[in-house]
Ligand binder design. Structure first.
Ligand SMILES: CC(C)(COP(=O)(O)OP(=O)(O)OC[C@H]1O[C@@H](n2cnc3c(N)ncnc32)[C@H](O)[C@@H]1OP(=O)(O)O)[C@@H](O)C(=O)NCCC(=O)NCCS
Length: 171
């Protein structure tokens, strides 16, 4: 198992997309931490990556040249007035949980969001995703919304809890 203090957090490149895809597809097929129903193809991930900008980065946690987790900031909504609001995603390889990698990626994302001039970060999770919600709340995200039965996966309706961190209260 990797010692977490040795993991490097860096911007992702095209060469990381297969690892990112594998980490994510594991959850698509088994978990309600994403409501995506079909695994990403190589083309899906490449198209997703090509839409990224400096304000909406993808990062990876790397240890010993292996990508063990990834994170991203995505636009909250496309209209211009939402430009400084972003949604965070963090996915750690299933066999590398509780090593501090999720926290390290999330803390790095918060710093990148501040540097990019974003005003607020939103997090979302299924109510059953206790790890995700605990991580968000441990970083100061506050629960702001609970949407009932907006997702449907594995034969049942699922709620979404949104959490929010305000980065620049002054403006
Ligand atoms: C949620 C996730 C990113 C956490 O990453 P991780 O590397 O395992 O978490 P860390 O070791 O950095 O833990 C940081 C904090 O998160 C919380 N946490 C993490 N896993 C937890 C769990 N299973 N139960 C309760 N709290 C948990 C704790 O507050 C923990 O701090 P502590 O270790 O001091 O108690 C990881 O479980 C994951 O990838 N899950 C699947 C994908 C997902 O749900 N992503 C979030 C949606 S975008």
């Amino acid at each position: 198992m990797p010692p977490t203090t040795d993991a490097t957090i860096r911007l992702a490149g095209v060469a990381d997309l297969e690892a990112i895809r594998a980490i994510y597809n594991y959850y698509v097929e088994r978990s309600t931490c994403t409501y995506q129903l079909e695994p990403d193809t190589e083309q899906d991930r490449l198209a997703w990556f090509q839409q990224r900008t400096a304000a909406h980065p993808v990062t990876v946690a790397e240890w010993g040249q292996e990508v063990l987790g990834w994170a991203s900031l995505s636009p909250w909504k496309p209209r211009g007035g939402y430009a400084r609001s972003v949604e965070a995603s963090v996915y750690i390889r299933h066999d590398c949980h509780r090593l501090g990698l999720g926290r390290a990626l999330a803390l790095d994302l918060i710093e990148r969001a501040k540097a990019a001039g974003h005003h607020t970060i939103l997090g979302g999770a299924c109510t059953t995703q206790t790890a995700s919600l605990a991580l968000q709340e441990s970083l100061g995200f506050v629960r702001v919304a609970h949407l009932r039965e907006v997702g449907y996966k594995f034969g049942r309706w699922l709620d979404v809890v949104y959490t929010q961190l305000i980065l620049t209260p002054e403006g």
